[in-house]
Design a protein around this ligand. Structure first.
Ligand code: HEC
Ligand code: HEC
Ligand code: HEC
Ligand code: HEC
Ligand code: HEC
Ligand code: HEC
Length: 424
């Protein structure tokens, strides 16, 4: 009787259960990955919209945001909306929450002097979810391996190979299947003996249908995992924000002091690469300026140490040791990208690709730098064709414009989506 019962349980365990277990495990894994994508998205949105006033874990112009979900939930329901829903209203347009009279929002209005921006039409509901996900877990995905500018960088540094966890997961699945098959077989055997059936010729386990189905499932789940993973990681470096050896702030230099980007990045409109300025450029000003508003003499002293400047005697007296800036942007080697072509010929603003650099205390990668990102812009951006001598060789297109068979010229029209333009 008991045996019967077990036997049935084990039969149930075989196929449909395998299916469910595998799919659930597979989904668990890919969910964790999708969360990371949302987190990364949230981080980028937070950096570009909120970080000028907020820090997840420290008070600034606005309060520290970690724990907001719990705070608003504790504020309670009001007019049929939960605290969490009012939090969403607040972030989109705080006036709406205050005007509606939500007690938590109203009380907060009086606790600070500065006003928050309105994000209606800028942030969608998903965006707000992702930002909250990020601020509540801001230290969840710490920056990955850092690629040093000086080291002969390979392309995919900071990019992870499928982690050890994946292999452990696969091994775990294989073991699980082996054990389950073992149990099923054993039980089948016991039942057969009980029923007095003569033992059949033993079929090796890898020829059993159970095993074959299970093996296919593993491959299926593994394949799914890899596909999802690759998809998610297309934008993997977006938001990448490594710590730099000197806390150089673009917000201070390019923002507050309005120093032109090309004062430091002189080659951005002349060459393929945009240079990182040498410390001599810094010394043009920092021979005089030895103290900063945030870090006093501490960070500027690092410039002096690196160029061998002795601020006491005002001479170059010590041995220089170069500063190793950590590279933020990094296209794979098989891609050709040229700054001058975009900045000079294309008249694209630095900020279109790099975001609001002049507000960043610490630079982060604003754009995905994926192939889709390049191609989309090439499809949508018109080139200033007629007025620019650079394009005078494209006689066919000029004729087309004249006889109106072409009405607009995008980068695509001049060949900007041909593979060999971007790939070596
Ligand atoms: C210009 C500065 C500024 C910007 C930009 C800003 N905030 Fe605020 N935020 C504030 C201030 C100030 C408060 C305090 C509210 C008050 O007293 O009016 C606040 C309050 C909040 C609160 C409530 C905090 C709590 O403890 O309950 C949340 C949530 C919030 N902001 C989220 C955001 C998000 C998300 C963004 C970006 C999408 C953002 N803020 C952008 C200034 C800003
Ligand atoms: C006073 C000099 C100076 C000015 C002005 C300046 N930068 Fe920079 N920039 C640097 C230095 C130094 C670094 C390397 C350290 C870092 O990443 O913060 C850098 C890094 C960068 C990076 C990241 C490079 C990488 O590693 O991928 C970008 C993008 C950038 N700057 C864009 C700009 C833009 C756009 C402006 C104008 C709004 C600007 N910079 C103004 C000095 C400057
Ligand atoms: C055109 C002038 C100029 C150049 C070039 C320049 N700086 Fe500055 N830097 C300043 C000024 C002005 C300040 C702020 C002084 C103040 O506000 O008290 C400053 C402040 C700083 C601080 C202190 C930040 C703080 O908050 O304490 C650091 C660090 C710094 N600069 C690093 C650099 C580096 C590295 C370079 C070269 C890549 C550089 N600067 C190039 C003008 C310049
Ligand atoms: C913000 C829009 C924008 C983005 C993003 C962008 N480009 Fe461009 N690209 C342009 C414009 C505008 C031109 C036209 C300039 C010219 O005529 O050479 C151009 C031209 C080019 C050309 C020359 C095409 C030709 O036929 O002469 C290449 C190559 C190129 N881009 C590569 C890239 C790569 C690689 C990326 C991504 C890493 C990229 N671009 C991202 C706007 C963009
Ligand atoms: C069309 C998009 C686009 C524009 C416009 C653009 N950049 Fe870049 N920038 C990139 C890409 C893509 C990279 C990564 C290049 C690589 O890895 O080879 C990059 C890299 C950099 C770097 C790191 C060094 C390097 O060349 O790899 C600096 C510094 C930089 N940009 C500064 C600037 C400045 C300053 C401007 C404006 C004068 C500017 N960029 C305009 C797309 C752009
Ligand atoms: C406007 C520039 C541009 C054009 C045109 C372009 N690519 Fe790309 N391609 C890129 C960039 C940038 C990457 C790197 C993306 C990344 O690192 O995620 C890339 C990556 C790739 C990769 C590697 C995929 C990977 O995950 O690293 C292949 C394969 C590729 N491109 C094929 C092509 C083919 C085929 C064409 C023509 C139909 C083409 N590309 C046209 C910019 C371009």
């Amino acid at each position: 009787m008991i045996l019967e019962h077990h036997a049935r349980a084990s039969k149930n365990l075989s196929l449909p259960t395998f299916l469910t277990i595998f799919l659930c495990l597979g989904m668990l894994v890919s969910n964790a990955e999708v969360d990371k994508a949302k987190w990364t998205e949230g981080k980028a949105l937070f950096k570009s919209n909120c970080s000028s006033c907020h820090n997840p874990t420290a008070d600034g112009t606005g309060p520290a945001l970690k724990g907001v979900t719990a705070r608003w939930d504790a504020g309670g329901d009001y007019k049929g909306k939960t605290g969490n829903q009012w939090l969403h209203v607040w972030i989109t347009n705080w006036h709406d929450a205050v005007d509606a009279g939500d007690p938590y929002a109203v009380n907060m209005r009086h606790s600070r002097t500065a006003e928050m921006n309105v994000f209606k039409g800028i942030l969608k509901a998903d965006d707000v979810d992702n930002i909250i996900l990020y601020v509540e877990n801001s230290d969840l995905f710490a920056p990955k391996t850092e690629a040093k500018t000086t080291a002969a960088t390979t392309t995919n540094e900071g990019d992870e190979a499928p982690g050890a966890s994946l292999y452990i997961f696969v091994i775990f699945l294989v073991l699980l299947v082996a054990i389950l098959i073992g149990v099923t077989n054993k039980l089948d055997q016991i039942i057969d003996e009980k029923k007095g059936v003569a033992l059949e010729v033993k079929v090796p386990f890898w020829k059993k249908p159970n095993f074959i189905v299970a093996a296919c499932l593993i491959l299926f789940v593994y394949g799914g995992y890899v596909t999802v993973d690759a998809g998610v990681h297309l934008g993997r470096q977006q938001g990448y924000q490594p710590d730099q050896p000197i806390r150089f702030s673009h917000a201070l230099h390019a923002g507050t002091h309005k120093i032109d980007c090309q004062y430091c990045h002189q080659t951005a409109n002349k060459g393929k690469n945009s240079n990182i300025p040498s410390l001599n450029t810094c010394m043009n000003c920092h021979k005089q300026v030895s103290k900063g508003p945030k870090y006093g003499t501490e960070e500027i002293a690092k410039i002096y140490a690196a160029v061998g400047w002795d601020p006491a005697t005002k001479t170059y007296a010590n041995t220089p040791k170069p500063v190793e800036w950590v590279r933020v942007h990094n296209l794979p080697d098989h891609v050709y990208f040229n700054h001058a072509q975009h900045v000079n010929a294309g008249k694209v603003q630095c900020q279109t690709c790099h975001g609001p650099i002049e507000t960043m205390d610490q630079v982060y990668q604003y754009s995905p730098l994926s192939m889709g990102w390049c191609i989309n812009c090439h499809r949508n951006t018109e080139v200033q064709f007629a007025s620019n001598n650079y394009y005078s060789t494209y006689t066919k297109i000029h004729e087309g414009l004249k006889n109106k068979s072409i009405d607009k010229v995008t980068v695509e029209t001049i060949g900007g989506t041909e593979c060999q333009k971007c790939h070596y």
